[in-house]
Ligand binder design. Structure first.
Ligand code: NDP
Ligand code: 8X3
Length: 255
């Protein structure tokens, strides 16, 4: 295949789905990962017909290291040269003060946001290093830079992602592989539905009274970073809605 290949984790909704559109529109063949395979199938059909690119979908839970490794190991040869990896799969659960938090929620966030990202990256990076090129885009969060009430373990996972991005700048220096860390602020996706376990009214209030970011806003940044000339590395981007100054200061209109 002449086109470049992008692997996007968490492509079944939100930022990952928007990245799939942006990269396919730019001519990338895409490998889409998530657990909800029905959604991936629908997205793949749309990308193929809208952008005339090839698309592979894999039902992968990034928390399962052997599933991650086997899926990557089984890639057809023409799909194995991944030039862009978007580590996007992630979630938050709950918004309790730490002393009321749930171990199960914390373990799910650590296993997905941190360990899952580590599993995928450890399996993809050696190929990029061997080829002397590639871009890894880590979707961290403003929450990993600044705490907010109840964010505790979610913030800790994202601070860890940011530290991994910074560490890889050093580990990968001289290999030709670039790392871009993106720290989004408030993006209207299914994120808060997941955090509040389907309480859609509560989730909707997070994005009311101001204009939040969309997945497409983050995808724009990811595509920009991936398409810079080889000598240019966009190391770090903090992107927020204009109404958001910090994790805790968001100018909302009273409705
Ligand atoms: P969504 O809930 O819309 O999307 C999350 C994606 O992650 C889904 O495609 C989901 O797919 C996938 N995912 C979750 N768990 C797993 C898993 N174990 N294995 C594989 N895929 C998984 O939320 P967003 O698009 O907002 O979130 C994307 C990333 O952006 C996350 O890392 C999030 O922390 C980060 N982020 C979000 C912000 C926001 O305000 N929305 C701001 C800053 C960062 P499926 O359930 O089908 O597996
Ligand atoms: C998602 C942004 O502030 O809702 O990482 O945690 S926030």
């Amino acid at each position: 295949m002449k086109h470049l290949i992008a692997l996007i984790t968490g492509a079944s909704s939100g930022i990952g789905e928007a990245c799939a559109h942006a990269f396919a529109q730019a001519g990338y063949h895409t490998i889409l990962w998530a657990r909800r395979s029905d959604r991936l199938q629908t997205l793949a059909d749309t990308l193929r017909s809208q952008y005339n690119v090839s698309v592979l979908t894999h039902t992968v839970d990034v928390r399962d290291r052997s599933q991650v490794e086997v899926t990557l190991g089984d890639l057809p040869a023409e799909w194995s040269n991944i030039s862009v990896l978007i580590n996007n799969a992630g979630l938050s659960r709950g918004l309790h003060p730490f002393h009321h938090g749930e171990h199960a929620d914390w373990e799910e966030m650590i296993d997905t946001n941190l360990k899952g990202l580590i599993y995928v990256s450890r399996a993809v990076l050696p190929g990029m290093v061997e080829r002397g090129s590639g871009t890894v885009i880590n979707i961290a969060s403003i929450a990993g830079l600044q705490p907010y009430p109840g964010g505790n373990v979610y913030s800790a996972t994202k601070a860890a992602v940011k530290m991994l991005s910074d560490s890889w700048q050093i580990d990968l220096n001289g290999t030709g592989v670039r790392v871009t860390n993106i720290d989004p602020g408030l993006v209207e996706t299914e994120f808060s539905d997941v955090r509040f376990r389907g309480d859609t009214d509560r989730a909707a209030t997070v994005y009311k009274g101001y204009q939040p970011l969309t997945g497409a806003d983050i995808a724009d940044v990811a595509l920009f970073a991936a398409t810079r000339p080889a000598h240019v590395s966009i190391q770090d981007v903090l992107i927020t809605p204009t109404a958001q100054a910090t994790t805790t200061l968001v100018r909302k209109e009273t409705l």
